[in-house]
Design a protein around this ligand. Structure first.
Ligand SMILES: Nc1ncnc2c1ncn2[C@@H]1O[C@H](COP(=O)(O)OP(=O)(O)O)[C@@H](O)[C@H]1O
Ligand SMILES: [Mg+2]
Length: 287
């Protein structure tokens, strides 16, 4: 690890958080698909550059963000984008409270304001699912200015030096718009691939240390097969989702693997032909 990153880690580790904030520190466990990706993401964070993780569902984007939070032992706030996301869900809202018998208006800080002030991490999931009008509010937060004028209070907020943003996007996924250029421009972007080969094996060992070896091999082989079919264009990308494969492995500790694969992988696919292909592939590995 680069000494520059190590130095900032020590600095961040020295901070003391409230019990509530400590609960927001991620668990870690991300396995880097190549020798440099993990460290390169940490470098962006160390340089206060917003990070954009691009990859298919279940490729470990959230796991990676959680692992950054764990690495720096830094609380992380998450935002799930949808068309309903508005300025209030990002920044916070005004509310009426009773104080010493008087009615006063208070501002309840949302995840962006909180993370900026406290120097926490902010994880914005599926950033391209948000309405185009909503996110420009973040432009000044995401570039070198690192500041925000809160439209609800007029407060000018300069971000804490440890504050940073990670975003995730599933490019090309149905229902998502392409990401706005001005927004995309503010991020350092990383493609997040599905794990393969020995690392994929390692993930199964990490997730199910006590599961039967044969079951882990079965799921590992199926994972490689599914990925190949995705590359050939015969299956949609979700078919090779590691999340689904891990779910199948978990179920298969209690029921026949073939049923587990059906429920956790095949049934999620919209296309009948794809569902059948998954089951055909599965049958070649189940003894
Ligand atoms: N590279 C990886 N390292 C560790 N775990 C991974 C990795 N890729 C996928 N996973 C596991 O697969 C599941 C889905 O990962 P997740 O981060 O939720 O995917 P995404 O956010 O990209 O949809 C989780 O259980 C996660 O631990
Ligand atoms: Mg995710």
């Amino acid at each position: 690890m680069h000494t520059f990153i190590e130095k900032l880690k020590v600095e961040r580790f020295a901070r003391i958080y409230s019990e509530e904030d400590s609960l927001l520190v991620g668990k870690g466990g991300y396995i880097s698909p190549d020798p440099t990706l993990w460290e390169d993401v940490l470098l962006s964070i160390s340089l206060q550059k917003p990070v954009l993780l691009k990859g298919p569902a279940g490729s470990g984007k959230t796991k990676l963000a959680e692992s950054v939070s764990a690495y720096f032992r830094q609380p992380m706030h998450s935002i799930n984008c949808s068309v309903d996301l508005d300025a209030e869900s990002l920044l916070g809202f005004k509310t009426i409270v009773q104080k010493d018998g008087e009615t006063v208006i208070e501002f309840v800080e949302g995840p962006v304001v909180k993370a900026m002030k406290e120097g926490h991490l902010l994880y914005i999931d599926e950033i391209n699912m948000a309405k185009a009008e909503t996110l420009p509010i973040l432009h000044s937060v995401l570039d070198y200015r690192r500041m925000l004028t809160n439209p609800f209070t007029g407060e000018v907020i300069q971000a804490h030096p440890h504050f940073n943003v990670l975003s995730a996007i599933n490019e090309g996924y149905i229902g998502t718009a392409p990401m706005n250029e001005a927004l995309k421009n503010r991020f350092i972007s990383y493609s997040i691939p599905y794990l393969a080969g020995e690392q994929l094996r390692g993930l199964w060992e990490q997730a199910f240390p006590d599961a039967p070896h044969a079951l882990k091999e079965l799921m590992y082989n199926l994972a490689e097969d599914l990925k190949l079919q995705v590359q050939h264009g015969l299956l949609s990308e979700e078919a090779a989702s590691i999340r689904s494969l891990l779910d199948a492995t978990e179920l298969a500790q209690y029921i026949e693997p073939i049923r587990a694969i059906r429920y956790a992988i095949a049934e999620k696919l919209d296309d009948v032909g794809e569902r059948e292909l998954v089951m055909e592939l599965a049958k070649t590995w189940v003894k």
